[in-house]
Ligand binder design. Sequence first.
Ligand code: GDP
Ligand code: ZN
Length: 489
Amino acid sequence: MLTTRRDPIVAIATAPGRGAVGIVRVSGSGLEPLVRALCGRPLPARHACYGPFLERDGSAIDHGLALYFPAPHSYSGEDVLELQAHGGTVLLQLMLARCLGAAAEPDPTTGQPRLAGLRLARPGEFTERAFLNGKMDLAQAEAVADLIDAATESAARGAARSLSGAFSDALQGLRERLIGLRTLVEATLDFPEEEIDFLQQADAAGQLQRLRQQLAQVQRQTRQGALLREGIRVVIAGQPNVGKSSLLNALAGAELAIVTPIAGTTRDVLQQSIQIEGVPLHVIDTAGLRASSDEVERIGIERAWAQIAAADVLLWLRDASRAGQQAYDLADAALAAELAERLPAPVAQLQVWNKADLLEPQARTESSAAPPTGSTLQNASAKTTAPSLHLSAKTGSGLDALRQRLLECAGGQSGAEGLYSARARHVQALAQVGLHLHEAEQHLQTPSPRLDLLAEELRLAQNALNQITGQFSADDLLGQIFGSFCIGK
Ligand code: GDP
Ligand code: ZN
């Protein structure tokens, strides 16, 4: 592997402010002279050593634990020194200054600076080096940041899984299959007369199909993981005055949106982020959907449709107290038709009846026993019919059931263990892989396939896959190709 010499770097690794312990960390190559200067002696590898941290004149700045990790068995893959001192702001600044000073001073034995070029690290630079030195791939490096930034328990668990390599392993499984298939196709390119037979015998189509299935599985886990990390977008939509703003307020537990008895009050989009059992949800209130001649209201309605198009879950709110009134039912039917037409397929839909408090007890049971048509909870993968939900934004009854249902939509409870903390970047790259594999399949299915085009799609699929982990080497493909064929063939 090509190793580039990089500047040594130093930083305070613990959070700013006072704490029990504060850590200063140095990474670079050839750290021994610095270790001797700061700790007064050479340190054994990977042992916690208690002692003084020395000033230039030999006095102690502080006493604490020093840990020395010689390359390559360290976080960054370079020599790393960690000094664990007391966690005081001024003290840590002194420690940092002392590291820089000791590095610049000449070493008594060589007369050269102990660690030439030591400088303050940029954000993420220790992890960047870990990636550059092959200690982790890009997806894992991102998981480090995600683990630190995790705002919810589920996000933290997902990031930990990705950091431990679960996501990278799944990608590696895909990559191996893809390389196997590419090897086959590229080899066939050299024997144009027999190419079709050869591919058929090797079941190239079957291999490609299995690859696409495996990809679909990884995509599902990744999409769910991305939802858990970034939060699911729940858009509340419905006719004016059904209680959308009231519901947003009830879920958020605050007077956020303006609630009024005049239809058409919410003319813009309001958002509130909440957590349900550690899963982040962005709940969005929209303008009431109805035919309107008011210019401002019409703009609000178009924005509402834009929100609906970008939703993960559409919460279609209806007014149980007005159900059965002709004008209301007609408008609802029109809205149902428009939703059926304009709602993108992957958006899950949850139908909810509000103002249950205004219903006679008997009417309530009747309407829940016979939910209106189209009352379904849809998912990208599964279509299940769920009974419609009755609640009251005013009294709060039924809200817990709604929270539970939203959580199910997010895949929050059950499947969380198998998910990866993926970023939007990963989801997009996997979609790219899928597109190229689809193209490849099209090529393969034509009567006399253009193998060069097929090979190109597979190459592009692998590039997209490699973007996720940050490896872009044609070398491993070449190695596979030459390694799996005998010389002279
Ligand atoms: P939006 O236009 O859909 O956002 O509806 P609002 O949230 O502004 O509510 C319209 C009216 O319905 C207001 O007068 C609310 O107080 C009332 N309202 C909302 N939810 C309920 C409910 O669950 N029960 C009752 N009785 N009234 C409600
Ligand atoms: Zn409103």
